[in-house]
Design a protein. Structure first.
Length: 234
């Protein structure tokens, strides 16, 4: 069994609030940075942990704080008398499979803006249409395909503990896959920023299945947590 810790990035800058932010490379806001710093004081990461991040800026800025690269250049300049950046205390890898979905023409738009121009598509999305494709963006089917690819990759590595800094859509999608839920359940989960979702992943089952989830199964151990979660596999 593997323990997967999914952490949604901190809050983005206020100008992006209430908008569809997928591949838009929004930075963390000041409140988001402070939230992640508080989480970093609580989270004790074992050495035998595989650390990953989405390549999008809001995720890597979160990862830099959590994995030990939070010092500013000014603090380092005072300490080292050199204006430079230190390397992270913990190595983390970037993985595009866990970046947020591409909202296409809906990027950086509010719900109201989309509803006024494209209400039919919006209704189709929230009704759980698995054939839905964001206008000029990514489809739901290929989005879930890359999440399945992510599960295959972590199943094949040697680590029992995996931390991934990622996005609300990815976390919802992985919950659906591992809990064998349908896409219509996707929006049932509220995913807070700078909080932990904990999933235990069981060994893939051998028998054939009619599900499209590639036989991966798991249990949801916690949602929107702000505490240390390692060493509690029960």
């Amino acid at each position: 069994m593997k323990r997967l810790i999914l952490i949604r990035h901190g809050k983005v800058s206020s100008e992006y609030a209430g908008r569809f932010i997928g591949t838009t490379d929004a930075p963390l806001g000041e409140e988001g940075r402070e939230d992640v710093k508080r989480l970093s004081n609580l989270l004790q990461i074992p050495e035998s942990t595989y650390c990953l991040s989405s390549p999008l800026l809001r995720a890597t800025e979160t990862a830099d704080i959590l994995f030990g690269k939070a010092e500013s250049t000014l603090e380092l300049k005072a300490e080292l008398e050199v204006e430079t950046k230190i390397k992270p205390k913990e190595k983390y890898d970037l993985l595009s499979d866990i970046q947020e979905i591409n909202f296409g023409n809906w990027e950086n738009k509010t719900y109201q803006e989309i509803d006024s121009k494209d209400p039919g598509n919006l209704n189709s999305l929230y009704k759980g249409d698995t054939g839905f494709v964001f206008p000029a963006g990514e489809g739901i089917a290929p989005f879930f395909d890359r999440l399945r690819n992510f599960l295959k990759q972590i199943n094949e590595n040697k680590f029992e503990n995996i931390i991934a800094i990622t996005h609300a859509g990815v976390i919802r999608g992985l919950i659906c896959l591992l809990m064998n839920l349908e896409f219509k359940d996707f929006f049932s989960f509220q995913i807070d920023t700078a909080a932990l979702t904990v999933l235990d992943i069981y060994e893939p089952i051998d028998e054939p299945t009619t599900s499209s989830n590639d036989n991966f199964r798991g249990s949801l151990k916690g949602l929107n947590l702000f505490t240390n979660v390692f060493g509690d596999k029960r």
